[in-house]
Design a protein around this ligand. Sequence first.
Ligand code: ADP
Length: 480
Amino acid sequence: MTKLKKTRDFLKSLRFRLIVLFILLGTLPGVLLRAGMLGTYENRAVLIRTSEILSQAKILANQIVSNDYLNQNASVPMINVQLEQLSTIYDGRVMIIDDSFRIVKDTYGLDTGKTVISEEVMRSFYGEEITKHDSENRYIELSVPLVQSESGRDARILGVMLVSVSTDNISLNSDYLARATMIINMVSAGIVVFFGVLCAAGLVKPLHKMSSSIESIQTGYGEDELEVMDYTETAQICEKFNEMLGRMKVLDDSRQEFVSNVSHELKTPLTSMKVLADSINSMENAPIELYQEFMADIGNEVERETKIINDLLSLVKMDKSLADVNITNVNINELLEQILKRLNPIAERQKVELVLESFRPVSADVDEVKLSLAFTNLIENAIKYNHEGGWVHVTLNADHQYFFLKVEDSGIGIPEDSIDKIFERFYRVDKSHSREIGGTGLGLAITRNAILMHRGAIKVFSTEGEGTIFNVRIPLHYIS
Ligand code: ADP
């Protein structure tokens, strides 16, 4: 086997597919979980941080207003301390802007006294609380209006508190989490691959076992039955396989039996001819009459051999797989009349009364030659296996689907234990009697095959010493 074929076989194997499946099932959930978890973690952390700072900023904004911080020139120590604390705790910067957009306090001390005009500040002067997360530059920005509300008067916005806080530590946490989950994912993927390979090998093992068992059955060594019970499926396959094997054995046996029967039947007339020829040759000065008698016997044996060969050929032609059927619409009444006309001389010789009774005109789509052979065999048997002075009644009837043929005789009948065997090839109840009257044991096998070929049925009822009835049913229209 070439390397390429080996690789292709492996890629097409159930084992490889199982390995891929295990790897996908083992790693995909981890990868998806990681992607989903990291995204959610960052969003939630920013959200919590924002709402925390917002509430702190609002409390401070209230204190700034109530302590008149803006008018005190940003020199209320208690407020300043709290502003510093806020910026230290959250690693950020706090700026207080008065109503002339001047920065009165900057916890970084960089921009105090400068003027700031930004969209957020402007919107906060209209009373809006604004929060914004800039994920690229990693910071959260809040702007909270400093609102003075006196009873009975409209709220007045004195200034704006601008807080910007770094989200570096959230990003750091998120990066750490990403690294940790990546490691967990890789480790679990490794474990999954390892166990996946092991499991796949274990799961396909019974299949390998099956294939090697079949191989040993084929070669004739080892068991003669397949038995791999590891899975319900393999047990079912084994059961079906053994059934098939049994059928093949029966077929093989019957084929062998048929071949040995054929050789035996063909050899018998030849042996007789040889004996006849040898004995006449060994006689010195044998009279011409004896020669004539022996030659007549040899002629009979040749006739018999020819009959066996002809019957065998008919049987082969009836074989379902080889048969070429020639279906035409045939008048069955006329067909039977012709058969009876042909058989009448034999019946007269045997002193058997032959009667045909047709209940209605019947025409059917059949193979005339094959069916004629089948009906001839049945009627000829009824005459052959009869007593002197006996009778044979042939009846034809039909319904809308089938036509029915009944061949009834007053003959010797068939013993009960032979009834099931008479359709077998070469089976004869009384071998010597059948031979005497020119039977080959193939007639009923041919008949049955011809009837089955027409999707018909044949049944036999018989009482030994009283007579036999053959019932045949054939569809009026041929079913291929
Ligand atoms: P054969 O060539 O010997 O007649 P068949 O296949 O036609 O072979 O029949 C098989 C055997 O069935 C016959 O040998 C005979 O013993 C028995 N048989 C068939 N038809 C009848 C019948 N109508 N009455 C009694 N026995 C019959």
